[in-house]
Design a protein around this ligand. Structure first.
Ligand SMILES: O=C(O)c1ccccc1NCC(=O)[C@H](O)[C@H](O)COP(=O)(O)O
Length: 260
């Protein structure tokens, strides 16, 4: 079983348990559910830097990145640095994140927030809205076209945006549909954990212009951004490079200053 299969098998159990504990109606009645959202797609289109900075404590490819984070402080640092949006990992078992992290980030900033999660059920889309997200991530590798349609249309009906993540041509071609806002190409091979920006370059020409293109994972230099921009990328999702430092906000600020 590869890591993604393992994550998804655990996620199914987790979501089933949560659904039995907290009914969807309770999520829909929560204070954060009925609010205006911020557009990440617009922020990226209007930006010359396009950084989406991630809050990430650990990952399957890196057991420890930063265990001492204060998510509110990191969020404020990222906002001050001028990022276009923040990605908050909410998976606990593999990434050490939580929905509480998302709520704390929401309480701290007014930039678009992406719920970075392995979404396999409509319930998690409702959870995302109820905990402060503006954007959900859908991963083509673990979803059918029908599921992508159902989850993305639900997100749109709740005024959230959708970032669809692909790793290859097959995933991309099965997923294109109007209810997506951004197309993310993940440079990390989830079987080997190797990262290669060539993945973003190769798939770029297959992504229709209606979608904002985002390159994800393994980005740690200004050269990488300079290299990817001619391929039409307007968004760059960066986690470890900022989170491995003592002050991720400061690190993002220094990085962004160098792009301009
Ligand atoms: O990061 C991992 O090891 C990982 C493993 C399996 C599934 C997903 C994984 N990461 C999620 C992400 O997409 C990244 O956190 C995000 O793109 C930022 O990547 P990086 O800048 O390399 O931290």
């Amino acid at each position: 079983m590869n890591i993604l299969d393992k994550i998804i098998a655990d996620k199914r159990k987790e979501v089933d348990l949560k659904k039995s504990l907290i009914p969807a109606s309770q999520l829909e009645a929560s204070a954060l559910f009925d609010r205006d959202t911020f557009s990440l797609a617009k922020a990226l289109r209007d930006s010359s830097t396009g950084i989406i900075a991630e809050h990430k404590r650990r990952s399957p490819s890196k057991s420890t990145i930063n265990q001492d984070t204060n998510v509110g402080q990191v969020a404020r640092g990222y906002q001050k640095a001028g990022v276009c949006g923040m990605s908050v990992l909410t998976d606990i078992k593999y990434f050490g994140g939580s929905l509480e992290d998302l709520v704390l980030a929401r309480a701290s900033v007014t930039i678009p927030l992406l719920r970075k999660e392995f979404i396999i059920d409509e319930y998690q889309v409702l959870e995302a809205k109820a905990h402060g997200a503006d954007v959900i991530l859908l991963i083509a590798a673990v979803l059918s076209r029908a599921e992508i349609k159902i989850f993305s249309e639900l997100a749109k009906s709740l005024d959230m945006e959708v970032l669809l993540e692909v790793h290859n041509k097959t995933e991309l071609q099965k997923s294109i549909m109007p209810s997506l806002d951004m197309l993310g190409v993940n440079n990390r091979n989830l079987k080997t954990f190797e990262v290669s920006l060539e993945t973003s370059k190769t798939l770029s020409e297959l992504i229709p212009d209606d979608f904002v293109k985002v390159s994800e994972s393994g980005i740690s230099t200004i050269d990488a951004i300079t290299d990817l921009k001619p391929y039409g990328y307007q968004g760059f999702l960066i986690g470890e490079n900022f989170m491995k430092t003592a002050d991720p906000g400061k690190s993002a600020a220094e990085f962004i200053q160098k792009i301009n």
